[in-house]
Design a protein. Structure first.
Length: 227
């Protein structure tokens, strides 16, 4: 049994590689807009301004990038082939070229953050807030002044809270003990309910208004957004 990146799982499945059978449990979901970092001196004010720009990513198969490309095309009208993607590596399963898409793989030893600060990249979108933004480096900034509003707009448009990871079970396990799938899913559902109940107590969260934030999220996404 394992937690696995959905992007890699999809790439593997498209190539006939059976990594395992997935159950509908999603340990990680994230909207992508909060992670879009751009150079402050390139005049990039909106996603459409990324056309023709060099954008650093972890890998083309990285699950966050699936949501990024979906958002670019369906929310902002910019096709994925309008951007020059610069990938840190091929990914776990491995994507090194996509027909009709400008995809460049970094040479070994190169670093996306360093390239962004040096001006070798125009933007960077990876599944974490990069350190230069956390530390307030004036050379870079988040693309969106209010990423939460952009993410809510994406959800209202698509009704999709992007899945990052799923849970896989080896086929050999299921052939021997098929009950494992249902039992594991029920266990994950129960653990999630315990966690949600725990978060109802403000003293358990390091936020001044944690319970209010939880209520706001439930009102938009529903009570069963993870499983």
């Amino acid at each position: 049994l394992c937690e696995f990146a959905l992007g890699g799982h999809i790439v593997a499945a498209s190539r006939g590689l059976l990594l395992g059978r997935a159950i509908p449990a999603f340990p990680r979901r994230m909207f992508p807009h909060q992670f879009w970092a751009v150079r402050a001196d390139r005049g990039i004010r909106a996603p459409q301004d990324l056309a023709g720009k060099r954008v650093g990513i972890v890998s083309y198969e990285n699950t966050l990038q699936v949501g990024v490309r979906a958002s670019l095309e369906h929310q902002y009208g910019l096709a994925q082939n309008a951007v020059h993607w610069v990938a840190g590596h091929r990914g776990m399963i491995g994507v090194d070229r996509v027909p009709g898409v400008a995809l460049e793989l970094l040479e070994k030893g190169k670093n996306l953050e360093t390239m962004l600060l040096a001006g070798e990249l125009d933007a960077m979108i990876v599944p974490s807030v990069i350190q230069p933004i956390i530390h307030g480096n004036p050379r870079v900034r988040g693309l969106f002044d209010d990423p939460k509003s952009e993410e809510k707009a994406y959800y209202e448009l698509t009704r999709h809270f992007p899945i990052m990871h799923d849970v896989l079970i080896k086929q050999a396990v299921l052939e021997k003990d098929p009950w494992v799938a249902n039992s594991l899913l029920e266990a994950l559902k129960r653990s999630r309910q315990v966690h949600l109940l725990w978060m109802e107590q403000p003293l358990n969260l390091s936020f001044a208004w944690g319970r209010e934030l939880l209520r706001e999220e439930r009102a938009l996404l529903g009570p069963n957004r993870w499983i």
